[in-house]
Ligand binder design. Sequence first.
Ligand SMILES: O=C([O-])CC(=O)C(=O)O
Ligand SMILES: [Mg+2]
Length: 543
Amino acid sequence: MTIILTPYWADGVQKLRMAPQPPPKPKYGLTPPALDESVHVVRCLNQLRSKDEGIEKYIYLSALKEQDSSMFYKLCLENMSEFTPIIYTPTVGDACLQYSHIWRRPEGLFVSIKDKGNIRSVIRNWPRIDEARISVVTDGSRILGLGDLGVNGMPIPVGKLSLYTAGAGIRPSSSIPICLDFGTNNQKFLDDPLYLGLRQKRVTGQEMTEFMDEFMHEMTVAFPKLLVQFEDFSTDNAFLYLERYRHKYPVFNDDIQGTGAVVLSGLINAARLSSAASGQPITSHRILFFGAGSAGVGVATQLMSFFTLNGLSQQEARERIWLIDSQGLVFDGRGPLPEHKKFFSRKDYEGPPITDILDVIEYVKPTALLGLSTVTGAFSPDVIRAMAALNPRPIIFPLSNPVRLSECSFEDAVEHTHGQVLFASGSPFPPLEYDGVTLYPGQGNNMYIFPGLGLGSILARVTSVTDSMVEASSIGLANALTEEEHAMGLLYPRVERIREISAHIAKEVIRAAQKAGVDRSTDLRRMNDVELVKFVNSKMWNP
Ligand SMILES: O=C([O-])CC(=O)C(=O)O
Ligand SMILES: [Mg+2]
């Protein structure tokens, strides 16, 4: 199941060599006499664990995925909490930074701005046209919190699609990682002789949009059953292209909608616990966002629906939300704002700009503080203590990725709230002991959402991904906690249950698609919920 696509940067043209089908069983004598599959599992794990550096583990697993994908996914499924931090966030961030140096062989499709007018022929080089169901597409312009990494962003689609297979049973051969190359504004990369992308500044504006129109059209023609997930586009373009295509093609943006849904889900569970401690109704929560990019505004938008579902009007729901960006509190009187910040800009604040986060906390008196800023350590001990002074169980979610960009660590949050914090971060932190009790950090990462949202969308063969489907994925996740997980104080289910959770989310997503009338697999409408979950499970690929 190997693909070898010679990339344009190798010799100027995309050439295709189909790798051979799975090799025939080796002849007697060509494998060691005592090679036993069940023992080989242990051997592979030992080889992985013998490596000290995350990036070495990443390289090892990339090779394993390529050489023996069944073994890779088997190990992945059996060791989810060990594997996800390697093949996904945070180590995948290091893999991106070093991609042009550690690169071995192509693992996806590169389409460059030089291919404009000719995108069809590039896409048609993909070897398994008929099987394609899901593509994760990035332009590398905002990789995690690491900024513009150009084609070095490719490990992100690769990693997300590994989780589609591990977490939702999408057949590996049905997925297409795509990196669009518009150039990069990362001077370090432009100066690096090993950099694998176009050696030019980014193309933007009209030319980029013409390219995107052609790309989306050709994708749909080539792959009629495909769902597209936009990933890690810079904020403006993330909103622009989501709006431009979402009513025309089955597409969603993971950073706006996936992150929005996963954070809403964690907040629902945190708000339940926090309200139980404070005696305040859930609708009295006051949510302060530190960071107003695609993820921040995406989450704020999802949150509106949480408040409206709990009985507030649209206007009241919006008034529960405050944003801080690099210039402080976002309010109308501050001057012109970018389009995506206008909706949540405060209309009721008329004083001078408030730039310090502690002053904003004093003014807003938030019950929840969410970080989507990529500013390391922005939630200082003073900030955490200010939240603890206001709330018996403060909700603090430092969501920036990877770990080193997190607004605070789990340890700091626990220490400065005396163990009372309700915590979720974007990247994983280890559990810790406090006062003799083990406390577990939540991981508010869209990896809980996109596999199930994507699977449901694919199985229902939706014409578009509606807001109601995204919301259904979020509430589905929030309600997926078991009694035991509740008792442990978790905000998200254990990642080991990812398949079960994805199946549940997919069912909710399919139902929402049916309600919205965007499903083309209308025969699923006749199934009851039990039958539908059974059907979803039966469609999952197993290593
Ligand atoms: O990839 C992740 O871990 C979450 C995500 O979408 C991002 O940070 O852009
Ligand atoms: Mg992302």
